[in-house]
Design a protein around this ligand. Structure first.
Ligand code: 13P
Length: 336
């Protein structure tokens, strides 16, 4: 695996009009999602659900790849084809979540650090053997009274950089994800400042750790007011502030940027992405790596009749992929 191979994978992940479907919910999160719609959280139901998503007909028309969880990358379709092989044969780049979740950051009340660096080299080597071509690590920054601290921002940036360097050593494209949480009543300007500070620290750390930006993807939250803030910005303001913040803090040599949906409605996530792609001369492709905003409607439909609604749920996944794929080109039009 050469440096050019990393760049080719990264370019494929943000190919024009395509984005990523995030289906890497950890064991705890998928249980929460299943519980919310009354699906039993069994290994077989998790496998069937991930199979439903990945085998959606014509998915690769708008989806370049998917992020899997450790359990899923070892599972197979009902016909016995391992998911990573199924994906590679159907035009989807296989990715894997490699962080091990959040822990309180000692000495910094209310803040968290992501764990999972110990033994990561060996795990990446195995994931590459299983067919993964990129790997995701999620860091979380909370906004609240007197937080985030620079200690938390720097600790997470350093951790992301160590993971990213290990990924590239093992031939995997790092998808570095600093998520600024929507929880709280902060205004959009506060989110802008925190996002900018986080991204500057992140790219400084990536530089210090010799991470090759042409073989790296940034996954980030949009600049939004906290969900309990009385004043919510309109679509154009969100797009304007998000693009401005990225331009101020993200080097142009980065291959691409994808957004998480983070609790936005399906329509908002699509409208915001579409508005950002109205701007000329963005230095990088801006696309999506949505979890909830790709899956929620399909999960709800499937839960009502696991056998009977299988195809209809896949159709819903396809429609979300199509809408977000068009938004990645700035060509989406709201229904009606
Ligand atoms: P959401 O789009 O549901 O925020 O999930 C994306 C993701 O992978 C968060 O890490």
């Amino acid at each position: 695996m050469s440096i050019e191979d990393l760049e080719d994978i990264a370019l494929a992940m943000v190919a024009p009009g395509k984005g990523i479907i995030a289906i890497d919910e950890s064991s705890g999160t998928i249980k929460k999602r299943f519980d919310s719609v009354g699906i039993a959280d069994t290994e077989e139901n998790r496998r069937r659900y991930r199979e439903l998503l990945l085998t959606t007909p014509n998915l690769s028309q708008y989806i370049s790849g998917a992020i899997l969880f450790d359990e899923t990358i070892r599972q197979s379709t009902s016909d016995g084809v391992p998911f990573p092989r199924y994906m590679a044969e159907n035009g989807l780049v296989p990715g894997i979540k490699v962080d091990r979740g959040l822990q309180p950051l000692a000495g910094c009340p209310g803040e968290v650090i992501t764990e999972g660096l110990d033994g990561l080299r060996a795990r990446l080597e195995e994931y590459a053997r299983l067919g993964a071509r990129f790997a995701k690590w999620r860091a979380v920054i909370n906004i609240g009274e007197d937080i985030p601290t620079s200690t938390c921002i720097e600790a997470n940036a350093h951790t992301l950089a160590r993971y990213a360097a290990l990924c590239q050593e093992q031939g995997l494209v790092p998808m570095v994800e600093p998520e600024i949480l929507l929880d709280g009543d902060h205004d959009i300007e506060t989110c802008y400042d925190v996002t900018e500070a986080t991204l500057r620290a992140l790219f400084q750390a990536l530089y210090q750790h010799n991470v090759f930006l042409e073989g790296t993807i940034l996954k980030v939250s949009m600049v939004l007011a906290g969900k309990d803030c009385a004043e919510q910005a309109d679509v154009d303001d969100v797009a304007d502030l998000t693009v401005r913040c990225l331009r101020s803090a993200v080097p142009a040599s980065l291959t691409g940027i994808v957004f998480l949906s983070g609790g936005q409605s399906d329509e908002q996530a699509t409208a915001h992405l579409n508005a950002m792609n109205q701007y000329d001369n963005n230095p990088w492709p801006l696309s999506f790596s949505y979890g909830r905003a790709m899956q929620s409607a399909a999960l709800k439909l499937w839960s009502k009749d696991l056998a009977g609604n299988y195809a209809a749920a896949q159709q819903t996944v396809f429609e979300r992929a199509r809408d977000n794929g068009l938004a990645a080109l700035g060509q989406w039009k709201p229904a009606g």
